[in-house]
Unconditional design. Structure first.
Length: 234
């Protein structure tokens, strides 16, 4: 087809899909005869608005335009799921914490003969195990002394838990920023329980416009149970 023709039409090679949140994404190639049509050819596609395009010149002077469409396609049977049908993600890892922050540090000090100095705890290489409910004692000689499993320990592995809730919405929820920095007893979606820890900190959210919808992600971080209540709002 010559460059003098100004028509445009869709080419073979469409690709795309729809994610769990109901957000559709399509890339559609078009033939365009002239450069002025490269920026105006094609409108919405199956009810999805255009979110971007790239233009490639062909050897014969025509152009191939790849148009990206994103959003919710209710007309095509993909109803916007909204906040009531989110996608949940659990992220866990071990983080290193100072041994002094261990929730059972007083028990460890008593059992393994630890000694406090300038806010730090050290444990001897050997200790005498507690007898008849007595405390463990530091020992440098042999006899009843045992190798101390806490000797040299300065840090411990602490479970870090993060819960994410992602969903598509027509607009950014009005209350999404107001909740940041507050502590709640349970995030949406009933995350797995961690014994002795029930305080969740609401973290900063993200919201990305994708066509006619907003891709929203809320994040919640599991705090220590004995965290000072003055640190965060309720």
């Amino acid at each position: 087809m010559g460059a003098e023709q100004t028509t445009s039409f869709e080419l073979l090679g469409l690709s795309g899909g729809r994610d769990e949140k109901g957000i559709c994404s399509l890339s559609v190639p078009y033939f365009v005869a002239t450069i002025d049509k490269a920026f105006s050819a094609a409108g919405s596609y199956l009810g999805l608005p255009e979110t971007g395009r790239s233009i490639e010149a062909n050897p014969d002077g025509t152009f191939t335009v790849h148009v990206t469409y994103e959003g919710s396609n209710s007309d095509g049977g993909s109803a916007l799921p909204g906040r009531e049908k989110p996608v949940y993600t659990l992220n866990t890892t071990f983080e290193e914490e100072a041994i002094e922050a261990h929730p059972k540090i007083n028990e460890l000090v008593e059992k393994y003969g630890g000694e406090w100095s300038d806010g730090r705890v050290t444990f001897p290489s050997k200790y005498a195990p507690a007898v008849n409910n007595s405390s463990g004692l530091s020992m440098s000689s042999s006899g009843d002394a045992k190798s101390n499993p806490m000797h040299g320990v300065e840090k411990y592995k602490k479970l870090s838990v993060q819960w994410e809730v992602a969903y598509a919405a027509s607009v950014i929820p009005a209350d999404i920023i107001a909740k940041v920095g507050t502590v709640i007893s349970s995030p949406p979606g009933n995350p797995p329980k961690v014994e002795g820890r029930t305080k969740w900190l609401v973290m900063p959210p993200t919201a990305t416009k994708k066509g006619n919808v907003v891709d929203v992600k809320e994040t919640y971080f599991l705090l220590d149970q004995d965290v000072a209540p003055e640190l965060y709002s309720k």
